[in-house]
Ligand binder design. Structure first.
Ligand code: ATR
Length: 279
């Protein structure tokens, strides 16, 4: 694809950034829609993140994605914060507005819920409480998104209880913290189980949680997507439950940024999944 002097420019800022699948993802969309644009990896060390973000308008960037470890720094560096990003204290998408100011939003939770709705069309937020396992940055986005979607109650279980308590008090709303030892007892009343930890990822042990106590109609999802079928999802599928893998969260969280920078609402489909998995 030829890039002209008028090409729209965006990218992903991280440290390291070489593992990011976002250039492949956005690159595929740019090609598919025939857009004169580029999306580049931006390897920026932590002590230069604010400087790099503030330089985006001067460099003519339309904006960028922000990944680990810059999401919190980005929340402090932008001129305007979307309310969801403010609640999360983290930004994953920056848009340079017409007047050269920076707007920060966080689309991780949006990506999570869109993936869930696509993968489990029968799931309704009002179906019942959700159990969220983990209390890191990823859990924060998931909890905020579930509450905003209308889940009546989120039950948070984390190996380290204090982290779950800190998350619950930061986020507010109907979030109950339950001890790690009780993680299987709470499943009986649960409509949705979400793993937000790194357990089950390639190179990590499986999540130490058996989903068998979940009711028959429950949905189980994992934000891990390497492998697509984590041991948790495999156990849930064997129990006859609906499962949703984590790849779609990555794909759907990218949609709002692409639309803002390049002017096209992109589609998430099987071809995109294949392209991103090959990377
Ligand atoms: P991120 O911010 O990307 O979500 P993180 O801050 O490293 O990542 O959080 C990882 C999550 O996995 C945490 O909830 C962590 O639990 P602790 O708060 O107790 O550390 C959880 N986790 C990591 N290893 C775990 C294990 N062996 N068993 C259970 N939970 C684990």
């Amino acid at each position: 694809m030829m890039i002209s002097g008028k090409a729209r420019v965006a990218g992903v800022m991280g440290w390291p950034v070489s593992h990011s699948r976002s250039p492949r993802l956005h690159g595929h969309w740019l090609e598919r829609y025939g857009i004169d644009g580029v999306y580049v990896p931006l390897a920026v060390p932590p002590d230069r993140a604010v400087e790099a973000i503030r330089a985006l308008p001067a460099l003519g960037f339309r904006g960028c994605n922000v990944t680990v470890p810059h999401k919190e720094a980005a929340a402090a560096a932008v001129d305007r914060l979307h309310p969801v990003a403010r609640r999360m204290g983290a930004v994953n998408t920056i848009v340079v507005l017409e007047d050269g100011t920076l707007e920060g939003s966080n689309t991780d939770g949006f990506g999570f819920v869109e993936n869930l709705r696509a993968g489990a069309p029968g799931w309704r937020a009002a179906d019942g409480p959700a159990v969220v396992v983990g209390a890191g940055g990823a859990a924060r986005g998931v909890v905020v998104a579930l509450l905003d979607a209308g889940v009546p109650r989120v039950v948070l279980v984390n190996r380290t209880r204090e982290r779950a308590e800190a998350l619950a008090s930061d986020v507010g709303g109907p979030v109950d913290v339950v001890d790690w030892v009780s993680r299987e007892t709470v499943l009986r009343e649960t409509a949705l189980l979400v793993n937000t930890t790194t357990q089950g990822m390639v190179g990590h042990p499986p999540l130490d949680l058996c989903p068998d106590a979940l009711p028959d109609g429950a949905v189980v999802t994992d934000i891990v997507y390497t492998p697509l079928m984590t041991p948790l999802l495999a156990a849930a599928a064997a129990r006859g439950l609906t499962t949703v893998d984590g790849l779609g969260m990555l794909l759907h969280q990218a949609r709002p940024g692409f639309a803002a920078w390049f002017g096209v609402e992109p589609a998430v489909d099987e071809e995109l999944r294949r392209v991103v998995l090959e990377g």
